[in-house]
Design a protein around this ligand. Structure first.
Ligand code: ARG
Ligand code: ASP
Length: 732
């Protein structure tokens, strides 16, 4: 039984033999080893992380700064999600060579596509540097001074670690700065696109199915890391060769059964497990509803445009995916927190903490002060939420932001450089202006209007002004701004000097943005806002320290911070709502059931249908024999139906109880022997509150079954040569 916070211990004990909360530090995995082995793991903590020998961690990479990937061949080939490679696939796509829609498979190394800017980072080793980072800090050191000391210590430590090596060092705080770890990394910069399925496989179900189970998305893509002749990181060069990883993952063809042990090894981004009830309330019940409403408006307009033409679909696909992703997650999160009565449960815990803390000078003021900070911050947070989700909703206002910066710039050289760059961007922006402006104008007007109605845009008119008048005002700003007049804008940029700034600030768009910005980011307000957050940081550090003292037997996992972690659990279905049980796996049959040629998200490739109809699944499919049920005749004699049914199908996805979050996308899902059985790509909607609170009844990660991935590469795309690079293991 994995120990979790007492807050949930009772609940967890009652509902599950294994509560699977936690994202653990690989270097300290020894603490979890016994528990993991009890849960079914057949390898050791050292097989996962070992400073002296090649181990599983050498097969894991951080893909850019937000996804995970894993090596599956000795030739630097790695897997990640389709949605992680999405922008690179899109970047290489045109309406003529639409790899996003049709898929892409390099048949030789020569055809692999360079992706400038993309990095793959491998962890060489990690180290606890708490003592060195906190050198010179005492319990009495004022927070600002503490930060300065910590910052300078970190700088020195990093320099020392990197000196004379090609490594990059990263130092991150854990438990709000009670502990620090240093990560020594190798960063590869020559990474090339090798393969991606067509988007109606890689993104099957689209945003309709996103965050949902049962799921049938073939969410994978493949890249290759290139290195110099010495197998070291190097910038793109035609002379580079495929990187030889110290370790790559073996792939198991055995598949999964309910109850099987699994673990996920990757880079979870952010969780906020230990924040107070006020912070949960603010996120789930105050900020989320605002964000959701404002994104609903944007999505409505983008979706309308995307349904009008393939060009518009391509243009908006990437941004809509990201807008819709948060929009949907927050809905699940808020519902999940409220279903769990998360705010009330946190309050109960806080009462217990306060009782414990009352006679402890170090701790008794922590919660009351946190409360005071949140009371102060709440209205500011709301205002800033409006700013980011409403003011910054349209391209129009984002451009106004750029021009406002230009207007305030006083350096003649910078001004010249920026204005000439803006001229180029203007040409590009106006290339499809006619279509785009319909969408952008509507988004601008509607989001501002929403914010004005809520009382957050007083500069548009007082409350007793008619909405129609405000709307007309906004339309006028949009139509009269020089930002929407190509000729005028280019001419203005042509002769632009520092002196032109004054005129630019009078442009209605720049002026509006300026008003909105000055209100939301009033310098004095923002400076106290920052101080309060610094104070929260200090208080949270004490709060978490106090929790640990109060419950010395609990193994606390540190919040995710985009460092390498191990989460473990088992394959398990769940009950999303009354009367419904979700089985833990999905198959190709479900894709055929969902097929709908009229709905973009549910179009199925003819070739996939063909493979399904002839059940040509190669070595990756499953075969199950079931027997018909018994029946009883009128004389009450029981017969057994001897006619058996054999079904062949192709596994597609499965769910498990591993605690994951954003950043874990693309992470390998491994079995008890440390072999690859799946690729993590999502969570079930009903459990998306797991960044704040984990509920073993509802929180499930969603994985692509590795057999489906192989089937698509081999049988669907005919790229068996890529599978041949991998090591497949089958015990059956
Ligand atoms: N929900 C997943 C994650 O948070 C996948 C998002 C990409 N897919 C999409 N349809 N928008 O990243
Ligand atoms: N889909 C997420 C990602 O991109 C994973 C998650 O939030 O569960 O990292």
């Amino acid at each position: 039984m994995k120990r979790i916070l007492t807050l949930f211990a009772v609940l967890a004990l009652a509902v599950s033999a294994m509560a699977d909360e936690g994202m653990w530090i690989p270097m300290l995995l020894g603490r979890n080893e016994a528990d993991m082995q009890k849960a079914g793991m057949r390898i050791t903590a050292k097989d996962i992380y070992d400073i002296n020998n090649a181990c599983l961690k050498d097969a894991i990479i951080l893909f850019n700064q937000g996804c995970t990937g894993e090596f599956v061949s000795g030739q630097g080939l790695f897997l990640t999600n389709h949605h992680c490679g999405y922008s690179y696939i899109t970047q290489h796509s045109t309406v003529e060579h639409d790899y996003l829609t049709n898929g892409f498979w390099a048949t030789t190394h020569f055809e692999e596509l360079p992706c400038p800017g993309l990095t793959a980072t491998r962890l060489v080793r990690m180290e606890d540097v708490t003592a060195q980072v906190l050198e010179g800090v005492t319990a009495e050191t004022p927070e600002a001074e503490r930060n300065a000391i910590v910052e300078s210590n970190i700088k020195k430590l990093k320099q020392r670690a990197e000196n004379g090596t090609h490594y990059k060092a990263v130092i991150k705080p854990f438990y709000y700065g009670n502990q620090y770890f240093m990560y020594i990394n190798e960063v590869f910069t020559d990474v090339r696109l090798v393969g991606a399925p067509p988007s109606n496989i890689g993104k099957f179900g689209g945003d309709t199915d996103n965050w949902m189970w049962p799921r049938h998305t073939g969410d994978f893509s493949m890249f290759r890391v290139y290195a110099n002749q010495d197998n070291l990181p190097a910038n793109y060069s035609r002379n580079n060769v495929p990187y030889k990883p110290l370790k790559f993952l073996e792939i198991s063809l055995d598949g999964v059964e309910e109850g099987d042990f699994t673990f996920v090894f990757g880079y979870p981004g952010t969780t906020q497990r230990y924040v107070t009830s006020d912070a949960v309330q603010l996120a789930a019940n105050i900020e989320n509803p605002i964000r959701i409403d404002l994104r609903t408006i944007r999505l409505k307009h983008y979706n309308k445009a995307m349904n009008q033409s393939p060009a518009q679909r391509l243009k908006y696909a990437s941004r809509v995916a990201s807008i819709a992703n948060g929009w949907k997650k927050w809905q699940g999160e808020t519902q999940g927190i409220n279903r769990l009565e998360g705010v009330a449960k946190k309050r109960q815990f806080e009462e217990r903490f306060q009782q414990w803390a009352n006679d402890k000078p170090q701790y008794y003021k922590v919660l009351p002060q946190l409360k005071e900070d949140y009371d102060y911050l709440r209205p500011i947070e709301v205002e800033l939420t409006y700013f980011s989700e409403a003011v910054r909703a349209s391209d129009f206002m984002n451009r106004a932001n750029t021009y406002r910066q230009l207007a305030n710039e006083e350096d003649e050289i910078k001004v010249a450089a920026t204005s000439s760059k803006l001229k180029e961007e203007t040409e590009k922006y106006f290339a499809d202006f006619e279509q785009h402006t319909v969408v952008d104008r509507a988004i601008f007007i509607e989001t501002f209007l929403y914010m004005w109605r809520a009382g957050y845009a007083p500069y548009l008119g007082a409350e007793n002004v008619e909405a129609a008048a405000v709307e007309a005002k906004l339309a006028k700003i949009y139509d009269e701004s020089m930002l929407n007049n190509k000729e005028k804008l280019l001419k203005f940029l042509d002769g632009y000097t520092v002196k032109s700034g004054k005129k630019l600030l009078k442009d209605p768009a720049v002026h509006l943005y300026d008003q909105a910005y000055n209100m939301a980011y009033d310098p004095q307000k923002i400076s106290t806002y920052r101080q309060r957050y610094q104070d929260i940081q200090r208080l949270m550090r004490l709060y978490v320290k106090g929790m640990m003292e109060m419950q010395p037997d609990v193994n606390f996992f540190p919040d995710a911070n985009l460092t390498l972690r191990v989460a473990y659990g088992h394959v398990e279905g769940f009950r999303p709502r009354d009367g419904v049980y979700y089985k833990p796996y999905s198959t190709l049959r479900g894709i055929m059931e969902k097929e709908n040629p009229d709905i973009y998200d549910y179009v199925v490739e003819p070739k996939l249908k063909m493979l399904y109809s002839v059940k040509d699944f190669g070595p990756y499919g499953i075969e199950k024999t079931t027997y018909d049920t018994t029946w009883t005749d009128s004389a009450n004699v029981t017969f057994f139906d001897i006619s058996s049914k054999t079904t062949k199908d192709m596994p597609v996805g499965f769910i498990a109880t591993n605690h994951t979050t954003g950043g874990n996308s693309g992470s390998p899902v491994l079995n008890a022997d440390g072999r690859l059985i799946g690729i993590n790509f999502d969570r079930c909607w009903e459990g998306t509150m797991s960044d704040l609170l984990f509920d073993p009844d509802y929180c499930r990660n969603i994985c692509l079954d590795i057999r489906y991935c192989l089937f698509i590469i081999d049988k669907f795309a005919g790229a068996k040569y890529l599978v041949d690079e991998m090591t497949l293991v089958s015990s059956k």
